[in-house]
Write a protein that binds this ligand. Structure first.
Ligand SMILES: [Zn+2]
Length: 77
């Protein structure tokens, strides 16, 4: 099974539907067995939809920085 650390790096592409079908199937398989990754997906999804619902120029600069570093951290782990 793909390790969790590897799964996390794919979540953004997963949520945006950009993964190759084979990779996506592998990820779905992982998520069906791994509650901790499922909760990561939930957190990630709400963060991504929050970001999309806001226009960057509406955000205070410090919040924008926080969100960007949050997303950068998620994809590094
Ligand atoms: Zn996992």
């Amino acid at each position: 099974m793909r390790p969790c650390s590897r799964v996390v790096t794919l979540l953004l592409d997963y949520l945006e539907g950009r993964l190759l079908p084979a990779v996506r199937a592998e990820l779905d398989e992982h998520l069906s067995r791994c509650p901790s990754c499922v909760s990561q997906v939930r957190t990630y999804r709400s963060t991504v939809s929050l970001l999309k619902s806001l226009r960057e120029e509406d955000l205070p600069p410090e919040l924008r920085t926080t969100l960007h570093s949050f997303l950068a951290r998620q994809s590094e782990n």
